[in-house]
Design a protein around this ligand. Structure first.
Ligand SMILES: C[S@@+](CC[C@H](N)C(=O)[O-])C[C@H]1O[C@@H](n2cnc3c(N)ncnc32)[C@H](O)[C@@H]1O
Length: 307
């Protein structure tokens, strides 16, 4: 690629990133409704999340983490409550993270092979407690090819959850993905795979475009951005609660349109592939998603940089 083209791409990406709002990532709606004085009254908090514990995760906690079988259920609840105290995300209250989604992603084998066999680096945005990253490592990815990042520090709770503080050496960087001047600058133009799961849907269209512009800054030729988020049978802006910012729920067409826009704004070219899963396909309870529209579903995606 010609160096003057690289220069214009840099300028376009910087311009988009400069306008990104670094605030607004705390789920205000969850805090307002979380019943700070009584979390059990929150619509996002399920007192008993043991049904979300899959046989695979239980086995992992018993065999890898060494949690005695009789203590696994109390262990997951105690860690979940500590995570909820940090930030009241619905997926925390409902224990959705107990069944990592990345291994079910249609690109999982390709992601794994690029890291394990070709030496690619994966950076995760919104790594939370690191469940997806531990799945990759269990399947053979070396930890020194993985970087975990999150705007808040759930990372230490991950060590408690998986009881592997001395054994799991994946690097963690606390950073707001929207902050173009922040710690993630170190990774600009160097990441081969970005994993971003259940993060982008917190924003409206404009902020998602800016967030994707930040992901573009991390990328280089052939970078894959892999992930999932809540969507809808038809795209719409969800206004979760009066006065709070909208959340753009994509369908496959609107996701492609967003990336066409991001491509133009950043002077890069991306190819998008998408897959739709129902809430039932994911093994989740529709009743836990009453705050979304009735046609809510899950959009899985990969966008690959071709220029
Ligand atoms: C709903 S949770 C999903 C966690 C995990 N990716 C999963 O799928 O289980 C969203 C995560 O994104 C993080 N997050 C939200 N806004 C962020 C931002 N601006 N920069 C980096 N991380 C962010 C949150 O702290 C949280 O860990």
């Amino acid at each position: 690629m010609a160096s003057n083209q690289l220069h214009t791409q840099d300028q376009a990406q910087e311009k988009l990133a400069e306008t990104a709002d670094i605030n607004g990532t705390d789920p205000e709606y969850a805090k307002q409704l979380a019943g700070n004085s009584d979390k059990t009254k929150s619509p996002f908090y399920n007192a008993d999340i043991s049904a979300k514990l899959t046989a695979k995760t239980r086995k992992f906690l018993e065999e890898y983490s060494g949690i005695p079988p009789a203590e696994v259920v109390s262990h997951i609840h105690s860690v979940r409550d500590k995570a909820w105290a940090i930030r009241a995300y619905p997926c925390i209250g409902n224990g959705i993270y107990l069944d990592p989604v990345l291994p079910k992603h249609p690109t999982y084998q390709k992601v794994l092979s690029r890291i394990r066999d070709e030496g690619a680096t994966l950076l995760e945005i919104g790594s939370f407690m690191g469940g997806d990253l531990r799945s990759l490592v269990a399947d053979g990815a070396p930890t020194n090819h993985l970087i975990a990042t999150d705007v808040v520090r759930f990372w230490d709770l991950g060590s408690e959850m998986f009881n592997d503080k001395e054994r799991f050496n994946c690097r963690f960087v606390q950073a707001d993905m929207m902050d173009a001047q922040g710690p993630l600058q170190e990774f600009n133009h160097s990441v081969d795979i970005v994993h971003v799961s259940k993060v982008l849907h917190q924003w409206d269209w404009e902020s998602q475009a800016k967030a994707c512009g930040r992901l573009v800054q991390l990328s280089r030729h052939n970078t894959m951005i892999v992930g999932d988020q809540m969507g809808g049978v038809t795209a719409h802006e969800l206004l979760p609660y009066p006065g709070l910012p909208g959340m753009w729920m994509h369908d496959e067409g609107s996701w492609r349109k967003l990336w066409e826009e991001v491509s133009v704004l950043t002077n890069t070219k991306w190819e998008a592939e998408t897959w739709v899963r129902s809430i039932e396909d994911m093994g989740w309870e529709r009743s836990e998603y009453g705050w979304l529209r009735e046609d809510a579903n899950v959009l899985m995606f990969v966008v690959t940089r071709v220029e």
